[in-house]
Every structure is written in C-alpha cells, then in structure tokens.
Design a protein around this ligand. Structure first.
Ligand code: ADP
Ligand code: MG
Length: 665
C-alpha cells in the first residue's frame, strides 16, 4: 500500500468508520500516520479507595454496589451508582451514556480512572475511564497516546487503524540519507513516525518528535522559499498611488496614529507604488492597532479603483471586522461585503454576485474567501489577519484569486518572535514591526489565584459591571461530561446567572454553536447588551470590545502562555484600567510558576522566551501553543533550535526539482 491510499483500504475500516475518520480530517494513510497524539498519558498503578484525595487522579479497582440509576437533568442524561472496595466507596457518574446501564452489572468489578471530586460528605468520579482489570493492568504504567477524537471515533479505533497502517506500509522513503541524518543528529523517518504513536519511553519520544518537527519545519521553509522566488519574479500588476481619502480617514479616526502605525502605512504606500507586488508582514503585539493599518491599505486599493479582501481565521473575528469596517468606510462610498460559512446559501450567492460584479469594494470573510466558487472582479490587495493562525498554503491560495495577475499581499500577525526567526518563517515577506502601543493605555493588572478566590472575583466583576464595564470569563470546556479538564462554559454561565440574578446579564459563547448564533451573541456583547460573556477560547483571536475590562480565565494551567497572552489581549483596549484574573486549579507548583510569568510581564516576546526556559523537555507533550502557523507538532518557540537546523539544511539544498512528496509531513 501507499501513503496516498485511502484509509478505507485498511483492513477493518468500512464506509462507516471511514466517515468518522474523515470528520477529523483523515482521508489517506498519510493523514492517519501523521495524526499525532494531542498528548500522552501514563495510567497509574491501581490504588485503594481509602487513599484518594479530592482533585487528584486515581485508578481504583471497585465493585459496583448497586444498580446504575438513570435520571434526566437539564436536558442531559445522568447515570450514577456507588462503587467501592473494602476500604471505602465513591459515587460514579456518567453523562449522556444511558447505554452503560446494560454493561455495568451490580457486584462486578471494574477499574475506574479519573479525577476524584469531593461533593458534600462523599467522593465522586465523573465520567471516569472504565476498564476490565486485566485490560487495565495491561495498559497502565506506560506511555499511551491520547488522540483528539470526535463523537463515535474511539481511542481504540484510532490505535487499531494505526497499527494496521504501519503494517501495510513497511517502508517509508527517507529523503535524508543515513550520512546526512546522522550529521543532523536525527532519527530515521519511519521509526520516528511509529514512535510518535507507540512510544516506549520519554527519551525515545523526544528524539522521534525532534525528527518529526524537523520535517515539518523543513517542508514549511521550502514552501516559503518557493513563495519568495515566485514573488521576486512578479511585477506590480496593480501600481497605486496614495489617495486623499486615507489622509481624511486618518484625520477622522478617534485617535492619533502611533509612530509604528504611521511607519507601517508609509511602508505599504511605498510597496504599492513600487516595481514589484507588495508582500509585507505587519507584526505587532495584541492591541498595537493593526486593524487601522489594514483599513488604510484597503481604502488605498479601493480609491485606486480596485477590490481588496480581508481574511480572518474565525467567523467571530470576520463578523466583527465587517461591523466595524463597514461603518468607517461608508462615508467614503466604499461598500463592504461579508462572506463566511455562517451566511445562508442565498446570502452567499448574493455576496458572490456582488464580488463578481465589482459592486463589492472590500470583501471580508473567513477561508470561505478562498473557496473556488468566489470570483473577484478586480482583486488587487489581499490581507490576512492573524496570519499565524493560517498555514503557508493558505498564504498563497487567496493571492491566486486575481486571475493570473499578482495582487498585493499584506499579512498581519501578533506572534512575538525575534527577527532571526521571523526571517526564517516569513522569509518571503518584507516586515514592518510595530513596536509602540497606542498611548493612554493603562497596563493590565494581573491576579493569579486559586479556586477559592472565585467568589471574590464574582463580586469584583459585578462591581465593574455596575461601573458600566464588561467582562469575559473563559472556560476550557463547552458542556459537562466532556472531560475532567475543568469548568464547562454552559453550566458556568447558568450558575453565574443564578448567582447574579437579573442585575448582571450573562452571555454564552462556544465553538459548537451555529455561526449565526455566535455572531448574535458576539454582537450583543459588543453592543453592551450583555455584561459578562462566558466563553470558550473562540474569543481568543482578534476580538475587540474596548469596554471590557475584566478577563477571568478558569483552569488557566491548561493553556500555553502565548494563548493566555492572546486572551489577555482582549482587555486593556480602552482607557479604563483592566484586570486579568488567572484561576489556577492545578495541584502542582509548576503551573503556578509558569503562570507567574504572565503575572510579571505583559510583553509577548518576553513571555514566550521565559516560557521556553521554564519548560523542561518532558513538558513539550500535551501543552500546545495555539497552533502557530499551522504546525501540527512543532512549536516555534520551544523548537527554535530545530527550526534553525532545518533552515540551514534547506539553505544547502536549494534543489527546486525535488517534489513535495519526498517530505512526508
Ligand atoms: P490588534 O493589533 O490587536 O489587531 P486592534 O487593531 O484591534 O489591535 O486595535 C486595538 C484597539 O485599539 C481598537 O479598539 C482600536 O480602535 C484602538 N486603537 C488602534 N490604534 C490606536 C491608536 N493609535 N490610539 C488609540 N487607540 C487605538
Ligand atoms: Mg487584530
């Protein structure tokens, strides 16, 4: 079999399970073997009920003491029973799994693994993993992969398919020969791929990971180089001049541009009038005011007679850009059109028609902008917001929409990286760095607290709301029973509304809502019609509600520091003092040490570097930054060394004829 073969060619994968794999983006064998675990877990040896303590994980061999009971609460099904050994008992609870009633028999024994919670006078295990004793003894005390799953797709199914895929592909050609490989200090490709899924120990896994990251980076760097050589060849198909309207817009803004904004704008004007098409990165930390720069560039394109497109990584952000930009652009006779997956088919058709006819001057959207159905009348400027959320492939596709001509490209990113790394990752782009931040901003005040501080935080938030401000509260989960990683937004919002009553209006936002519903919730919050928004990380990027002054992050230890920094970037956007509350619910000291970095500084780059220093090699697994640049495994901060290595290797191998397929990842 070959890597490009369909996964349904694996023994045991029929149409139905193939569909499940498709849901998580696995179509080919290659997709499967590069579907890396999100983390690894080592199950502990079995312990006794008397030894458990609340908020700690435990594996217990327990006898089911009574018939499982099924009750319905708030639209969900809860199944519960008591289980114990001769030293104590616990209540076991499962949500939305009534079918378990059949398989859990009174007086039988099972191993239950999960986080113990204290509830009143008893202990409970919510949604524990459950195993026959033999099976548990077989898997415990060694590293096991934990895959990102979807409903219906089980850990077991992925592992089984993985084993068969590797059996079916005994060899994978390595583009590095043994000599090169040893010089680079890297492990062979196939072994490394295999080891990522079936590690025997942490050290081996680190080596395997290093190889995978190298490949990922190398492939990326080659793509960047290809873009660069394309760019160098492309002439300026849309030469533009500075227009009077941008000057008027600058005057009309409610603030004065910072020097960095002015400089970036000038760089852009120079590019637009130069010999080659613009390929520029505007890099500036969260809140540095990149949108204003994008706005000026788009107005320039439109007043030179062309169309401009602005692509954002999330629906929520695209929608927000649309609301803000259309208002600002209207007085200049500029028509903005939104195109996202959230629109109805009819609305999409209309939007596409306006884009095609040229009625739309500025097109704002998500990656729906690059689907093939969209035809532009005269696309001369393509802007990507939060570029670090997209891969290098998307960087190219949108600029291919200009009908053989080469549009100007502007990308914006908040990834704080040193210049040397920027040159490797964005080598195809000229860079404008925005160093200064809008004046008149008070520094965000931080608090790192434990869960016992919650009530105080709620009182504080209520006080802020009474003073006319707003707040975000971020939870790691959407609904109860998903995992034991912490708070879920749905119940949290209900609970808060109960606590506060009608005095504080609480909104709920999460990624599983329909897009139109997300937009509605976000608009209510942006307009001030809700006071507190309980949300998952869907608000992480770009969202701009300057009136919000509190960001409270539950179970903050679950996030990478960069991600926390992005979240914190949602506040401190207006003139009022803002506050960020990190709630650390972890047991260990390590998490609080990490979070303390955020407490110390608000500088994105400093945070990333400190984070790097603090993380030991073993911490690499399971704590992803927020998917920077679309890398599956690599982390540009942690793996900066490998990035340099890959860059040097790429510099010595400028062979353009090498096809894409020789690098597997
Ligand atoms: P980011 O760089 O994170 O995309 P935004 O462009 O969303 O930042 O700007 C953050 C906030 O700061 C917005 O509310 C914007 O209106 C405001 N802003 C932008 N530039 C300035 C400035 N020069 N002075 C004061 N406020 C500004
Ligand atoms: Mg932004």
């Amino acid at each position: 079999m070959r890597l490009s073969d369909d996964i349904s060619s694996i023994r045991g994968i029929g149409e139905k399970s193939a569909a499940l794999f498709h849901k998580v983006g696995i179509f080919s064998l290659k997709d499967l073997i590069t579907y890396y675990p999100a983390s690894y877990i080592t199950y502990p040896p079995i312990s006794r009920a008397c030894g458990v303590s609340p908020d700690h994980k435990a594996a217990l061999l327990l006898k089911v003491m009574d018939e499982p009971k099924v009750v319905h609460i708030r639209g969900r099904v809860m199944l519960s029973f008591n289980a114990g050994d001769d030293t104590g008992k616990l209540k076991i609870i499962f949500f939305n799994a009534p079918y378990l009633k059949k398989s859990i028999k009174q007086d039988t024994y099972k191993v239950f693994y999960g986080t113990v919670k204290a509830r009143g006078s008893h202990y409970e295990l919510v949604q524990p993993r459950m195993y026959p004793e033999d099976e548990y003894r077989g898997i415990s005390e060694r590293m096991l992969p934990v895959y990102p799953l979807t409903k219906g797709l089980t850990e077991k199914a992925v592992t089984k398919a993985m084993i068969r895929a590797f059996e079916a592909i005994p060899e994978i050609e390595d583009y590095l020969d043994d000599d090169e490989r040893r010089k680079l200090g890297l492990e062979p490709l196939r072994e490394s791929l295999y080891y990522m899924h079936f590690p025997e120990n942490e050290e081996g896994l680190l080596h395997a990971r290093e190889r995978i990251v190298f490949d990922e980076f190398y492939r990326f760097i080659r793509a960047v180089k290809r873009l660069k050589s394309d760019n160098e060849r492309s002439s300026n198909d849309f030469p533009m001049i500075e227009v009077a309207e941008t000057r008027r817009l600058i005057e009309a803004l409610p603030f004065r541009l910072t020097d960095s904004q002015t400089k970036a704008y000038e760089d852009i004007i120079k590019d637009l009038g130069s010999e080659h098409a613009m390929n520029r990165l505007v890099e500036g930390d969260v809140g540095s005011g990149k949108t204003a720069v994008a706005m000026l560039a788009m107005l320039t394109a439109v007043k030179n007679g062309h169309q401009a497109a602005l692509m954002a990584p999330t629906e929520v952000l695209a929608f927000q850009h649309m609301q803000k930009l259309s208002k600002i652009m209207e007085p200049y006779g500029v028509k903005c059109v939104l195109l996202t997956g959230a629109l109805s088919e009819k609305q999409k058709r209309e939007a596409r028609e306006e884009i095609r006819s040229g009625a739309a001057d500025i097109v704002i959207g998500t990656h729906a902008l690059i689907t093939d159905l969209v035809e532009y009348r005269d696309l001369a400027l393509v802007i990507t917001d939060e570029q670090h959320r997209f891969g290098v492939k998307q960087r190219k596709t949108l600029s291919d929409k200009a009908d053989g001509k080469t549009p100007h490209v502007l990308v914006m990113s908040a990834t704080p990286i040193p210049r040397t790394l920027a040159i490797i990752l964005y080598g195809d782009l000229d860079i404008s760095v925005m160093t200064d931040r809008p004046v008149d901003r008070l520094r965000v005040r931080n608090a790192l607290v434990g869960r016992e501080y919650r009530q105080t935080a709620y009182n504080f938030i209520k006080k802020e709301v009474k003073a006319g401000h707003q707040a975000y509260i971020i939870c790691p989960l959407i609904e109860a029973g998903e995992s034991d990683k912490g708070e879920n937004a749905t119940e949290y919002a209900e609970r808060l509304q109960d606590i506060w009553g009608s005095e504080v209006r609480v909104g709920l936002l999460h990624g599983r809502m329909k897009n139109s519903e997300k937009n509605r919730v976000m608009s209510l919050f942006a307009s001030g019609a809700t006071d507190v928004l309980v949300s998952t990380t869907v608000v992480e990027v770009g969202v701009d509600v300057p009136n919000a002054t509190v960001m409270m992050i539950e179970d903050a230890q679950n996030y990478g520091l960069s991600q926390l920094h992005q979240l914190r970037g949602r506040i401190g956007r207006g003139e009022a003092q803002s506050y960020c509350i990190f709630v650390d619910t972890s047991e260990g000291k390590k998490a609080s040490e990490r979070l303390a970095i955020l407490n110390k500084t608000n500088d994105g780059f400093e945070i990333a570097s400190e984070d790097l220093k603090l993380r030991g090699p073993g911490d690499i697994f399971g704590l992803r930054q927020s998917g920077e640049l679309g890398f599956k495994v690599g982390d540009i901060y942690t793996d900066a060394g490998i990035l340099k290595k890959a860059s040097e290797y790429a510099a010595g191998h400028t062979d353009d004829t090498a096809s894409d397929t020789d690098v597997v990842l």
